[in-house]
Design a binder for this molecule. Structure first.
Ligand code: NAD
Length: 300
């Protein structure tokens, strides 16, 4: 298949590489030329400008930071929808609100091109291994047509059609508000446990095989406990996702008291200048307030 790919960041670089390695002809674009160079070395073709990724492409993917980048790349005057060939299928892998996905879907329909939102979960490790879960919003026909290329990026057992355009983004926000609030709760729980006298490694070893276990907790083993806050999933993106979830809940009249507190904690960590660190860096706020350090055994 001829595939275009825009946004070669922590997730996109691996997803584009997996498409290349699955035998697709992949044309790539990023505002960072150095990111394009890496993919060209792996067999992709460099696009000279954004619109060039659409030339001859049956599928065009984007993996971008958030709603403003996704909106300008798809809906801008010289954006992807202005150039996508009739019958081509656009696939946005970014995490955005459903309003963004629906606006692009409606504009795509008016231009006789197709669009699905397909946010992903599983982190950089899942992107690298091609084992992401994927949450797709779009028509049944578009979903079926997209499956062969989606399977190069995600685990085919974990690719779900959630409903029409926008439903993938709703599902992703549900997932991420759970993981982001979980970060805040783990910080509170571990700071209490450590201050009360049980070391953080023991807490990790026991809770991770008990009912408090979660994917977020498992990420803490190699980040907070090892004092390594390199992302992975950046705090700034986690804050964006909590904000998008609260905006959606407000539109629907759904109260979100816990997520609101979590978003405020994420915002406070952003104010510290930690936006480009792993989302678990919010532990450092709690450590400061509680007067403890949540540090593991360096041999674990
Ligand atoms: P990132 O910031 O590492 O990558 C974004 C890329 O988009 C960068 O390479 C940047 O140069 C490029 N870009 C920005 N604006 C652009 C534009 N106008 N045109 C072309 N390229 C542009 O982010 P990431 O961690 O790879 O995440 C990408 C998306 O996936 C986000 O929406 C994020 O919420 C979501 N996501 C991330 C993870 C994760 O663990 N990192 C997991 C699941 C979902």
């Amino acid at each position: 298949m001829n595939v275009g790919f825009v946004g070669l960041g922590r997730m996109g670089m691996h997803m584009a590489r997996n498409l290349v390695q699955s035998g697709h002809r992949v044309t790539v674009y990023d505002v960072r030329p150095e990111a394009v160079e890496v993919l060209v070395e792996l067999g992709a073709v460099a696009a000279v400008e954004l619109a060039s990724v659409t030339a001859g492409a049956e599928f065009v993917f984007t993996s971008l930071p958030g709603p403003s980048e996704v909106t300008s790349v798809w809906l801008g005057d010289d954006g992807l929808l202005a150039h996508l060939e009739t019958g081509a299928l656009g696939i946005d892998l970014s995490t955005v609100g459903p309003d963004t996905a629906i606006a692009i879907g409606e504009e795509a329909r008016s231009r006789e091109v197709r669009f699905v939102d397909a946010p992903v979960s599983g982190g950089v490790g899942g992107a690298e291994a091609g084992t992401l879960s994927m949450m797709v919003g779009g028509s049944e026909d578009d979903f079926v047509d997209a499956l062969p290329v989606l399977s190069a990026i995600g685990d085919s057992q974990k690719i779900y059609r959630c409903g029409d355009v926008g439903a993938g983004s709703i599902t992703k926000l549900v997932n991420n508000l759970i993981s982001m609030t979980n970060n805040v709760v783990i910080a509170e729980a571990f700071s209490m446990g450590v201050k009360a006298g049980v070391d953080a490694q023991t807490l990790m070893d026991v809770v991770s095989v008990s009912s408090g276990n979660s994917t977020t907790l498992s990420q803490w083993r190699n980040s907070v406990l090892k004092r390594d806050f390199s992302p992975g999933f950046m705090l700034a993106l986690g804050h964006k996702d909590a904000r998008l979830a609260i905006e959606l809940a407000e539109q629907l009249g759904v109260p979100m008291p816990v997520t609101s507190v979590a978003k405020d904690r994420l915002a406070a960590a952003l104010d510290e200048g930690w936006g480009a660190e792993a989302a678990s860096v919010i532990a450092r706020l709690q450590e400061r307030d509680a007067g403890v350090v949540i540090e593991g055994d360096s041999n674990q």
